[in-house]
Design a protein around this ligand. Structure first.
Ligand SMILES: C[S@@+](CC[C@H](N)C(=O)[O-])C[C@H]1O[C@@H](n2cnc3c(N)ncnc32)[C@H](O)[C@@H]1O
Length: 291
């Protein structure tokens, strides 16, 4: 989907374990270059080791992609020949970071992508007011009865570890027969709040579109409907010649279309891919091309 060509300049905004980065470097050889970003310094280190063989063609930076414009302005990566965003957390963060991303492990309540940031999951859980906490659970976890859950958390706090929180969530929500475990949704909600994921996505995506060269593509993979709604909205707006409110009799916005949509609907993994990589099951990809 990125239409990678030899010698191109590409940006991976979410380097993670370096899988996409490796694919881009291989396909853009011999002269292609990659700027790899991640908010998590450990991801930058791990991916750097994995991509060691390509270090001549690789630039790495520990940075939030909401700052992509500042990062690339005046560099060889502006304009870029292709940009990829693979949102959320990585398998490494979930399985081995020890930073509390998984409700199946007993770890401190942290969940920061960038450990130098102040706000941690323990602050959200132990300090937020009832309204703040129930808003997080409702808006970012789409949990019904969010006020009741928030109130129960407040009555049982402080929480130090993921297991302490999971035990309470299980008691409250039971092991209901649902597609996703309710603890998954609560953990997702807290993680999104800690890392300001939706705000950063909206601003980073808007800037990334502006960084693309003409005819070049941006590929975004999201993992839940909240992310996908933002990607869809930003792409739709960027693909439109007018963004005036529908009641406006004449256009006054002077908006100019920046992209065309390559995927009218999100693309889902095939059953075969899900079989080989079960964590891909909730992925959906959208692609736009700069005009
Ligand atoms: C799903 S993983 C990416 C996996 C990667 N594509 C690979 O092939 O291994 C998402 C990564 O994006 C990072 N991330 C999430 N939001 C970010 C943001 N706003 N800015 C920078 N990195 C971010 C996370 O720290 C995580 O390492």
């Amino acid at each position: 989907m990125l239409n990678i060509r030899p010698g191109g300049r590409y940006i991976d905004c979410t380097l993670g374990g370096g899988g996409h980065g490796l694919g881009v470097l291989e396909a853009s050889g011999p002269g292609g270059r990659l700027l790899g970003l991640d908010a998590d310094p450990e991801a930058v280190l791990t991916a750097g080791r994995r991509l060691e063989a390509y270090r001549e063609r690789l630039v790495l930076a520990q940075v939030n992609f909401s700052e992509i414009m500042e990062q690339v302005k005046g560099t060889e990566f502006y304009p870029a020949d292709g940009i990829v965003m693979d949102l959320g957390m990585s398998s490494i963060q979930l399985d081995t970071s020890g930073r509390g991303f998984s409700f199946q492990r007993n770890e401190p309540l942290d969940m920061r992508f960038d450990p130098s940031q102040e706000l941690k999951a323990s602050d959200v859980v132990n300090r937020y007011t009832l309204d703040q906490l129930s808003n997080v659970l409702f808006q970012f976890g789409e949990l019904p009865r969010s006020k009741k859950i928030a109130s129960a958390i407040i009555h049982s706090r402080p929480f130090a570890t993921t297991t302490e929180l999971t035990v309470l969530l299980r008691k409250l929500l039971g092991n209901q027969r649902r597609k996703t475990n309710p603890a998954t949704q609560a953990f997702q909600a807290i993680r999104i709040a800690v890392n300001k994921e939706l705000e950063n996505l909206e601003s980073g995506l808007n800037d990334a579109i502006k960084i693309l060269g003409s005819g070049r593509r941006i590929v975004v993979i999201s993992y839940h409907s909240l992310e996908d709604r933002i990607v869809k909205g930003v792409f739709r707006k960027a693909a439109s010649d007018c963004v005036c409110p529908p009641k406006m009799p004449v256009c006054v916005c002077n908006h100019v279309r920046e992209v065309r949509l390559i995927t009218k609907k999100p693309v889902f993994p095939t059953p075969l891919e899900v079989l080989g990589n079960p964590r891909s099951r909730s992925a959906r990809m959208r692609v736009a091309e700069h005009v």
